[in-house]
Write a protein that binds this ligand. Structure first.
Ligand SMILES: [Zn+2]
Length: 188
């Protein structure tokens, strides 16, 4: 088994009693296992000129096939501003919304799949956050300094809060669409 260039490496004995005859045997250095009871489980056959069975490392490389002169990606500020103003964050040439809050499936000008930018609950969250921080301090200030009857509060603040939410929800959602565009969503 150990003469010539064709030598077998044997798997370690399941019972734990095998010891390679030479320390480099398990690394493919040409040694052998001398215990006779383990010859039933050879794992590899090689001679001394074989290269070690080691997988080549996978190296990442950037995509160098991008089209030369391709349009640079919209900066974050511009993408947000375009969305807030109901403009496509990719090209700014067509609206984001078809209606009050429904996002168009694709931009009418550049074809970017705006419908894939699902903003979910973030626009109402941001809208409530903004309206609450803008109007509630005013309501508290009026109550502290003037103490009007409760019906005055209801008559003033409820419509004001409602109108503020309705007015802000659409630009906020447009901004969220711009944010998601800039973060890379919608690109397959
Ligand atoms: Zn567009």
């Amino acid at each position: 088994m150990r003469d010539g260039g064709d030598r077998r490496l044997l798997a370690p004995c399941p019972a734990g009693g095998c010891i390679p005859e030479r320390p480099d045997a398990a690394l493919g250095g040409g040694g052998g296992f001398s215990l006779p009871g383990c010859e039933r489980t050879p794992i590899v056959q090689r001679n001394m000129n074989d290269t070690p069975n080691v997988a080549e490392p996978v190296r990442w490389s950037p995509d160098r096939d991008a089209a030369p002169g391709a349009k640079p990606e919209t900066p974050m500020g511009a993408a947000l501003w375009r969305g807030i103003n109901n403009r496509c964050p990719n090209c700014a040439a067509a609206p984001v919304f078809a209606g009050y809050l429904r996002v168009v499936p694709e931009c009418a000008a550049c074809g970017f799949p705006l419908g894939k930018l699902r903003s979910d609950d973030l626009p109402p969250y941001v809208t409530i956050f903004l309206v609450g921080h803008l109007l509630l301090p005013l309501a508290l200030w009026v109550e502290r300094d003037h103490q009007p009857p409760m019906w005055v509060h209801m008559a003033v603040w409820l419509p004001l809060l409602t109108l503020a939410c309705i007015g802000l929800l659409r630009p906020v959602k447009g901004g969220v669409v711009g944010l998601m565009y800039r973060l890379g969503f919608g690109r397959d």
